[in-house]
Design a protein around this ligand. Structure first.
Ligand code: GYE
Length: 344
């Protein structure tokens, strides 16, 4: 499992850190840069869980899933809350490292900003499993600096939203895109998957459907994954883009906010403006059933079981893939009733 060689990147980092720097680690200096620190078999573990914030149903569901699974296993979960402040999350991770937790399992709020924190954990001899968001692989690599990323294919989520929207609008739409948190992996990838699909490519390969030249993105701005900002950004964008006929929101909370803004402006979401988003929360299923939201690609927050199962495999010395892919369902009017109230 941990028979990974010191590669060029590790060597460069060692040089950059200064050859004379002594790195404090439970596993000795040599091992630190070569591989993810191992985790020994014990009766119980202390897990550092640095949450990005608790300001929406998705985050609350994720935290509860982690808490429930840790409790079920009799492990101690030390949870921090960064209140959607990246600098705070960096400090939270540093503090969990200083406390000497056995392992860190957390969602990095921003993909570049949190990558050095992942490397710092490794250098302190603490393995990291990333859940729900990934870091920039140019700075920290799965299988080398951290165990793995467990989460969805966000590029594909964007593609699926685009594909549905093309169908729903007959290939003709003036789209406002509400982006997620700037610098967050799902915001970057959901934008790319959506825009690339409309341009006729998917992950660098031409799509059979080709380019959709009638689908025009007329404005694209961040709403930071929140309902409030989804609403206020939509209010502003509506003023300058009254010709909008579709909204693609990177998550349901922003879609729900945008729907409110559209209604306030006298528009009829679901009729004159078609809305699509991602997550599959209860409020989105309700909106699908009342006709204001068209569809939502699932992005599950229930990481507890899969995170702890992956941790157990790592302890047992099993080979963990660099990416533990979470498969997502799709919600629209055909199945929203079945799942209504059962999500989060
Ligand atoms: O879609 C969003 C949340 O990182 C995948 O973050 C997650 C996203 C999720 O705030 O609602």
């Amino acid at each position: 499992m941990i028979d990974r060689k010191v590669n060029r990147r590790s060597v460069l980092r060692l040089t950059a850190a200064g050859a004379g720097v002594v790195v404090a680690s439970r596993y000795g200096v040599g091992a630190v840069f070569a591989q993810v620190p191992p985790l020994e078999e014990k009766d119980t573990y202390t897990i550092g869980f640095a949450q990005t914030g608790l300001n929406n149903p998705w985050r609350l569901a994720e935290s509860k899933s982690m808490q429930d699974e840790a409790a079920r296993l009799g492990y101690t979960l030390v949870e921090t809350n960064a209140n959607e402040d990246t600098a705070k999350q960096i400090a939270d991770v540093a503090s969990l490292i200083a406390q000497g937790v056995d392992i860190l399992i957390f969602p990095p709020r921003e993909s570049q900003a949190l990558a050095p924190s992942v490397v710092q954990a490794k250098e302190a001899g603490i393995p990291v499993i990333l859940i729900d968001r990934d870091v920039d692989h140019e700075i920290a690599k799965p299988g080398e600096d951290y165990v793995t990323f467990i989460g969805s294919d966000f590029v594909d989520q964007g593609r699926r939203a685009a594909e549905w929207l093309v169908e729903a609008t007959g290939g003709e739409a003036k789209i406002i895109q509400l982006e997620g948190t700037t610098g967050a992996d799902p915001a970057i990838d959901r934008k790319q998957g959506f825009e690339d699909y409309l341009a006729g490519t998917f992950k660098g390969t031409p799509t059979p459907a080709g380019a959709h030249s009638g689908m025009e993105i007329i404005a694209s701005q961040t709403g930071s994954f929140t309902r409030d900002q989804g609403r206020s950004v939509m209010q502003t964008l509506l003023q300058s883009n009254p010709d909008v006929t579709a909204v693609y929101a990177h998550n349901d909370e922003m879609a729900v906010g945008a729907i409110a803004a559209l209604e306030e402006a006298g528009r009829t979401p679901g009729e004159d403006v078609i809305v699509v988003s991602i997550d599959g929360e209860n409020a989105a299923l309700d909106a699908i059933l009342d006709g204001t939201l068209g569809a939502s690609v699932e992005s599950s927050p229930f990481f507890g079981p899969i995170a702890f199962e992956t941790m157990a495999k790592y302890i047992a010395g099993e080979d963990i893939p660099d990416w533990v892919l979470v498969e997502d369902r799709f919600f629209d009017e055909s199945n929203a009733g079945e799942f209504q109230g059962k999500q989060f």
